[in-house]
Write a protein that binds this ligand. Structure first.
Ligand SMILES: Cc1ncc(COP(=O)(O)O)c(C=O)c1O
Length: 450
């Protein structure tokens, strides 16, 4: 029997623990219980409709109740609902998906390693880097660089790579360093040009590298544009300069495309959109449109060679995940990718992104908004204001972003407060009139806050 979730005044603790909120808010009255979804909409237990304007944490790119995707998943369940990938055995579907991803990723000659979540994928990759370093006789090359305020996952290692929430968890563990997140609007010095700001970031990176013992840094992980840090788009020239720096120090470059992958940026991958040449790419979330947990890493050729070398030395590569490369996940991903290609959803996302931009760009003039950033099918409304001398004017931007999130929720729209910015990134299948509805709700709520 399905449990009824109607008693909105209940203050009992839920049996399930929810994250990214106060633990004491873990009660029914403070929880929207979502029961179903269709297209870009989800419905709570009171029947209230919400536009899921973040595709539910940037995942449900094909929206809800995509029958074709459900059929493909059901077909795989009937054929082979599970089989492990290890010890000379693997499901046909999973190999088919690896072939497909190999074609899509920018690092040619890559090999695909599967996992179940974005966290696991990042974690597995760092582990493979260590194996590679040991195999190549440089076991000390294991320090990883991330960026402040980025998010890369919930495991001990990925939470250490993440650039926030360390203190409360007693993190980071040994071997992680962080550089600044590109944030021209929030972190520039008064009057500093974008080029000057970019050069300052590059020189900070150089100083960090110089301070580490020679040959100990393995990799730098970054999202092509950071949704997790609040929709931060790097300044022009940033990645070009950083990539040069990394190359000169033999530091591997990893694009965490867990959010930016599969159409979100108006290109198949964010690294294409930004013209990046990563050594490895990490994918998850929208890979299956969220219909099954599956993630993947495209391992660059040098790392793959290291794995072969190491396994000759140690006998095997003693690594696997029982549910990694799950055949149902593979079927979901293959169908998702097929639909994205067939229905030209990357182009569609770009067009819908332009419409969203046209609708929200005028908000740069709004007294509460300091910056409107747009890219692909995504927008960040930034509440940090600067005065005529380019000095930061307010210290309530985080609260403003949360306030707007709550007000939008009340009128049936789910956006994402990320620090001082509110992020909007609806499913790729969003229709023009739905974009107009999002724009109108955002403008109405903002005006009510002024
Ligand atoms: C950029 C990025 N990387 C990795 C992850 C971790 O993915 P997961 O939550 O599937 O473990 C996230 C999750 O939000 C993310 O935003």
């Amino acid at each position: 029997m399905t449990k009824e979730f109607k008693s909105a005044d209940s203050t009992d603790r839920l049996s399930m623990l929810l994250g990214f909120q106060r633990v004491s808010d873990n009660t029914l009255d403070k929880t929207k219980v979502i029961e179903k979804g269709k297209g870009i909409y989800v419905y709570d237990s009171d029947g209230k409709e919400y536009i899921e304007a973040t595709a539910s944490f940037y995942v449900a790119s094909l929206g809800y109740q995509n029958e074709e995707l459900i059929d493909a998943i059901e077909e795989q369940y009937r054929k082979l609902p599970f089989f492990v990938s290890a010890m000379h055995r693997a499901p046909a579907k999973s190999i088919e998906l690896a072939d497909k991803l190999q074609e899509l990723v920018p690092n040619k000659d890559a090999h695909i390693m599967f996992a179940s979540t974005g966290s696991e994928a990042n974690d597995f990759l760092m582990k493979m880097m260590r194996f590679d370093a040991v195999a190549k006789g440089t076991p000390d090359r294991k320090t990883i660089i991330g960026r402040h305020s980025s998010y890369h996952g919930g495991t001990i290692a990925t939470a250490s790579l993440t650039g926030a929430h360390h203190e409360e968890f007693g993190l980071p563990i040994e071997g992680f360093r962080h550089v600044s997140q590109p944030d021209y609007h929030g972190s520039r010095l008064p009057g500093e040009t974008e080029i000057e700001y970019c050069d300052r970031l590059v020189s900070e990176f150089e100083i960090l590298i110089e301070a580490e013992p020679e040959g100990t840094i393995a990799a730098f992980f970054a999202e092509p544009l950071s949704f997790s840090a609040g929709f931060k788009i790097p300044p022009r020239g940033y990645f070009e300069k950083i990539q040069k720096l990394l190359l000169s120090h033999e530091i591997q470059f990893v694009c965490d495309e867990v959010i930016t992958g599969f159409g979100r940026t108006g290109s198949v991958l964010g690294s294409d959109a930004m013209d990046l040449e990563p050594d490895h790419v990490v994918m998850g979330k929208a890979l299956t449109s969220g219909y099954f947990p599956l993630s993947a890493v495209s391992l660059g050729s040098s790392l793959y060679e290291g794995l072969e070398m190491g396994s000759e030395q140690y006998g095997v590569l003693a690594h696997a995940g029982t549910f990694s490369a799950h055949p149902v996940g593979a079927a979901a991903a293959l169908k998702t990718l097929e639909i994205i290609e067939r229905d030209k959803l990357v182009d569609h996302a770009k067009k819908m992104g332009c419409r969203l931009k046209e609708g929200l760009m005028p908000l740069t003039e709004h007294p509460l908004i300091g910056d409107v950033r747009t890219f692909g099918l995504g927008v960040g409304l930034d509440f940090l204001l600067r005065d005529e001398n380019d000095l930061v004017l307010n210290n309530d931007s985080d609260e403003r972003s949360v306030e707007m999130y709550e007000k939008l929720l009340a009128i049936g729209m789910i956006a994402r407060p990320a620090g001082r910015s509110l992020v909007i990134a609806p499913p790729l299948i969003v229709k023009p009139e739905e974009i107009d509805d999002i724009v109108s709700r955002v403008s109405t709520v903002l005006d009510s806050m002024a």
